[in-house]
Every structure is written in structure tokens, then in C-alpha cells.
Design a binder for this molecule. Structure first.
Ligand code: USQ
Length: 396
């Protein structure tokens, strides 16, 4: 299948290009290297060294025996998207090309507006280019479990049946996003659903949980193929940050009570699930929603797991110390999202989180100096109330 990846230089995009190519798909992709710039703006860098795109592409060709069709360009530029689609004629389009960080979007009106524009317009351009160039292709759009928030009832996969004043309907489940970034994903979902309705497009909206991991097997021993691995407060996700902290003896930092729950999945499961969605498109025009995560954990449970594995690996300074929560979010809540659709397609979860953590921590020990050099960035300072000040320790 011809698969176009928007955001192919990013954390997931670069891994997905390898995963799909290894399975015989023809992959093309675009990127403007904004992720590299945003992390630099935060004063940080990836723990794993990220080589320039030419070196990445050369490594890809050496390892996979085929050259990626890559173009540098802005998904907010309609002409760029349309021209690329005309040239490549994708059968599947995976949209990973968005600004993915909640804290980054919460910094200022400039950052919130940039995130809104970048994410919503890029998706809109892809939808219009699909309509006009490749109407039979299938959009696999990366949304987020964070669109739902943490309601006090079970979370279905996108839609739910409701009866109100004696009448019944199936409607999109209410969204309660917790950051300007997460709000962009809600707006995207509305736009994708609408485009499917009016133009008969096919789309899978992936409500993905928090991803963790340094690698997938396809990367082998070639350092140039490794994913980027961010650990700063904006672009590092919770488990990834905890693993980075454990290797330099920095306390792991659950926010607030640490009982907030999320769905998590290792990068290798994210690849498996995205590929299942790509290889099993809806037959006819449809907007379908997959909740994509492996298991639900609280942040405290994760921190404890990371400490356990780190200590087993000889990192005796790994400890947990909760910090003030810079976000506005529920720290204790009900959380029960459904996730059946991917299992129906054959998803086999990795399950062994400790094995994954061992791989990650071993990888990161090699790059300890790069994490140590940015130690000062581990304690967050971007607060949801608009102020900016490092949070303090509050617990064990
Ligand atoms: N958290 C801590 N300590 C930390 C970092 C985070 O307790 O040092 C907490 C946060 O307060 C939050 C949870 O861990 O309750 C998850 O935070 P996160 O930074 O790992 O993830 P989040 O901001 O939700 O965003 C990440 C990705 C985003 C994706 C989302 C999926 O950056 O692109 O959409 O995960 S989900 O969380 O399911 O919405």
C-alpha cells in the first residue's frame, strides 16, 4: 500500500516509516522539522542524538534497501499538500504532523494560537486535498485520549447511544479537553467527521493514549535510525521523563496527588495499532474512532514501576518525589475507557511493561550525559494559570 506520513521526522513518524517499510509498504512523507525547533525553543534536546535528515535518509536506504520519498514542506500550505498527493497518490494518509504538547500550547496566547492554526489548518488542508486528489484514500488521523477528559462515566469509542426525553440517537461522546493542544484535537475530530459526512471520505480517528519507548525492533543497532526521545517538560511524556530521571538520579515527579489515570502504550504497540488501522480501512465512506492504548495506570503506579526496574538495573538513586501540579486536572477520578475495535482487528498488546522499561533505561544509560546536561529542565515551570515558575516538591 502507498502510505503518506505527515510529520515523518517526529517521534512516531520516523518509527512508523521503518515499521511500514519493513512490512512491504511504499512510504512517503513530509516534515518541516518544527519538532526539532520547538524542543530547541524549550532549551532542550533529544536524549538520543537525532542526526540531520540527509543522514537519516541515507541510513534508512542502507538498512531497508529503499529510499524514502521525502519532501520538506508545510502542511499549512495547501499547494504543498496537493502537489505531494498528486505525485504520490497515497492510498493511506497518516497525519502525525501536529504540535503535540499540552504545556507548549499553554505558555502564551502566541503559543496557543500557533497550535490552533498549525493543527487545525494542516488537517483541513489534508481533508481538502483528499477530496480533490485522492478521494478513495483513507485518513488515519492521530487524535488523543485526552479529547475525552476524565468523565465520571465509561468512555466509549467515539460515539454513544443516548436517550433524552424519550428519544434515542447515537452521537459523538462529549469532549472535555484539558489544554489548548488537546482542544485542537477536538476541533480536528469535528472537522474530520464533517468532511466524511459531506464528501464521503474514509477516516479513522485514533484516540491514542500516552506513548513511551525508545525504539522498535526495526531500528536494530543503527543509532541513526533511533527515535528522538524528549524529556523536557513540554515534549517528554510522563513515562519517558521518569525513565530519563531515573538514569541521572533525579527524583521522579508525579504531579500533585499522582492518582490521575491515563491509558498508556509502548511505541511498538502504537506502531502495531496504526498499521492495523492502515491495513484494514473502512470499506465505504465512514468516520470511525479507535481508542488506542494498552492499559490504564495512575501516574504514581508508573513512577513506582520505573523505580523498581531502575533499581534492579543498579540505578540505586532512583526515587519518587511528588511535585506541585502545574496543570489544572483531576488528580483523583473514575476512568474506564473502552478499547475493543483494535482487538477485533487482531491487536496483541505487549503487556510486559517492565521488559519495555528495561530496554528504555538501558538505552538511556548510554546517553546519560545528554540528560545530565539538561537536568535543570526536568522540573516543570509552565503553569496552567498562565504564570511561569518552577514547581516545588511536596511528597515522598
Ligand atoms: N505527569 C506527571 N509528571 C510528569 C509529567 C506528567 O505527573 O513529570 C502527569 C500529567 O499531569 C498528566 C499525565 O502525567 O496527568 C500525562 O502527562 P503527559 O505529559 O505524559 O501527557 P499529556 O500531556 O497528556 O500528552 C501526551 C502527549 C500528547 C498526547 C497525550 C495522550 O504529549 O501528544 O495527545 O499524551 S493523552 O494523555 O491520553 O491525552
Amino acid at each position: 500500500m502507498r502510505v503518506f506520513i505527515a510529520g515523518i521526522d517526529g517521534y512516531l513518524g520516523w518509527a512508523l516509516a521503518q515499521y511500514l517499510t519493513a512490512r512491504g509498504h511504499a512510504v512517503a512523507g513530509a516534515d518541516l522539522f518544527l519538532r526539532r525547533q520547538w524542543v530547541e525553543e524549550m532549551g532542550s534536546w533529544s536524549a538520543t542524538p537525532v542526526v540531520d535528515i540527509e543522514t537519516r535518509l541515507a541510513a534508512f536506504e542502507e538498512n531497508f534497501g529503499t529510499r524514502l520519498l521525502f519532501r520538506t514542506g508545510d502542511l499549512c500550505d495547501y499547494e504543498f499538500v496537493e502537489t505531494f498527493f498528486k505525485e504520490f497518490q497515497p492510498e493511506a494518509i497518516v497525519h502525525l504532523g501536529e504540535m503535540p504538547s499540552a504545556p507548549y500550547s499553554m505558555q502564551s496566547v502566541k503559543h496557543a494560537a500557533f497550535t490552533m492554526n498549525n493543527n487545525i489548518v494542516s488537517t483541513l488542508n489534508i481533508l481538502f486535498a483528499m477530496r480533490d486528489v485522492v478521494p478513495d484514500s483513507h485518513l488515519v488521523k492521530l487524535g488523543t485520549m485526552g479529547e475525552y477528559g476524565t468523565p465520571n462515566i465509561d468512555i466509549p469509542e467515539g460515539f454513544f447511544e443516548i436517550e433524552y426525553r424519550g428519544r434515542k440517537d447515537t452521537l459523538p461522546f462529549p469532549r472535555q479537553a484539558g489544554s489548548w493542544y488537546h482542544q485542537t484535537k477536538v476541533h480536528d475530530s469535528n472537522n474530520v467527521l464533517f468532511a466524511c459526512k459531506i464528501w464521503g471520505l474514509r477516516s479513522t480517528d485514533i484516540m491514542q493514549g500516552v506513548v513511551f519507548g525508545t525504539r522498535i525492533d526495526e531500528m536494530g543497532d543503527d543509532e541513526r535510525l533511533l527515535s528522538r526521545f524528549d524529556f523536557d517538560e513540554s515534549f517528554g511524556t510522563a513515562i519517558n521523563r521518569f525513565c530519563a530521571m531515573s538514569v541521572i538520579g533525579h527524583p521522579l515527579t508525579p504531579f500533585g496527588k499522582g492518582n490521575q489515570k491515563r491509558g498508556f502504550l509502548p511505541m511498538r504497540d502504537s506502531m502495531q495499532c496504526l498499521t492495523l488501522a492502515i491495513e484494514n480501512p473502512p470499506i465505504t465512506s465512514a468516520y470511525r474512532v479507535f481508542n488506542q492504548f494498552e492499559e490504564v495506570y495512575s501516574v504514581n503506579e508508573l513512577a513506582d514501576k520505573v523505580v523498581k526496574v531502575a533499581q534492579e538495573l543498579g540505578l540505586k538513586d532512583a526515587v519518587v518525589r511528588r511535585v506541585e501540579n502545574p496543570r489544572k486536572e483531576m488528580e483523583e477520578h473514575y476512568y474506564k475507557p473502552d478499547h475493543q475495535h483494535l482487538f477485533d482487528l487482531g491487536y496483541q498488546p505487549t503487556h510486559d511493561m517492565e521488559a519495555e522499561l528495561r530496554i528504555m533505561i538501558n538505552d538511556l544509560v548510554r546517553y546519560r550525559d545528554r540528560i545530565e546536561a539538561k537536568r535543570d529542565l526536568l522540573i516543570p515551570e509552565i503553569r496552567w494559570d498562565g504564570t511561569r515558575q518552577k514547581v516545588g516538591f511536596i511528597g515522598r
